[in-house]
Ligand binder design. Structure first.
Ligand SMILES: Nc1ncnc2c1ncn2[C@@H]1O[C@H](COP(=O)(O)OP(=O)(O)OP(=O)(O)O)[C@@H](O)[C@H]1O
Length: 224
């Protein structure tokens, strides 16, 4: 069974059809890239796959379960398993919370926090993404873009996801730190068997990083 099976996905904004009957599957441990020019519908596909925006038609099966017809309450226990990582490294972390608290929050919300094991788990997650655990004391604005994206990845991992939807995860970073973040993501995918839906407009990055590439044009998959 694929990790993700998307069939005939449609997203409309009024008269505009941003995603026009898009279908694909993704297996655990695989990176599937969505590549295409600005405005072709990549981010709208990502939001619909995560059911952060309900698609207007089509199916999103995650581990065999159709998500688009579930209520918000039914989706709640599944949301931790499908985590987004967005382009703006600072956008996914509250500026008012220390990194340590941002990474701890999913553990607390999901009932996996204890006074003994919780802080150790946060330190382990920071270490796993290549941040010294002392960075937990800092606020997002005290980190570089690359460090902040790593902290965001640590926060996503705290939910023990099986799918990451990576929407231009390195596009806002300095070219000099992109490779390090991509190498980290590749290691995590292989180690944890994660499936990646990898949205990226940069062909060179996509070719290097993805197992398969779907080319998107004007809301449709034009080649694969
Ligand atoms: N909330 C919205 N309301 C109206 N139109 C939208 C909305 N979000 C996206 N669009 C439009 O839908 C189309 C697809 O946008 P989308 O952001 O999904 O594409 P994209 O390939 O991710 O582009 P980019 O790389 O620039 O983010 C575009 O024409 C865009 O202007």
């Amino acid at each position: 069974m694929p990790l993700l099976d998307v069939r005939d996905l449609v997203v409309r904004y009024g008269p505009l059809t941003a995603v026009d009957h898009v279908s694909f599957t993704l297996r655990a441990g695989e990176t599937l890239a969505l590549n295409g020019p600005s405005g072709c519908g990549k981010s709208s596909t990502a939001l619909a796959v995560l059911v952060l925006r309900r698609p207007d038609a089509g199916e999103v099966r995650f581990e065999g379960r159709e998500l688009t017809t579930l209520t918000e309450g039914e989706l709640r226990p599944l949301r931790p398993l499908m985590q987004p990582v967005f382009q703006d490294p600072y956008g996914s972390l509250s500026p008012r919370h220390r990194i340590r608290d941002a990474v701890a929050e999913p553990l607390k919300v999901q009932g996996r926090w204890s006074a003994g094991a919780g802080p150790a788990r946060v330190a382990e997650l920071l270490d796993r993404v290549g941040l010294d655990p002392s960075y937990g004391d800092r606020y997002p604005h005290e980190l570089s873009g690359g460090q902040c994206q790593r902290a965001g990845i640590a926060r996503a991992l705290a939910s023990e996801p099986r799918l990451l939807v990576l929407d231009e995860p390195v596009s806002a970073l300095d070219p000099s730190v992109r490779a390090g973040v991509l190498n980290l993501l590749a290691d995590l995918r292989d180690e944890l068997g994660l499936g990646y839906l990898f949205i990226c407009h940069d062909r060179a990055v996509v070719r290097h990083f993805a197992d398969r590439v779907l080319e998107m044009r004007a809301g449709r998959i034009s080649a694969s």
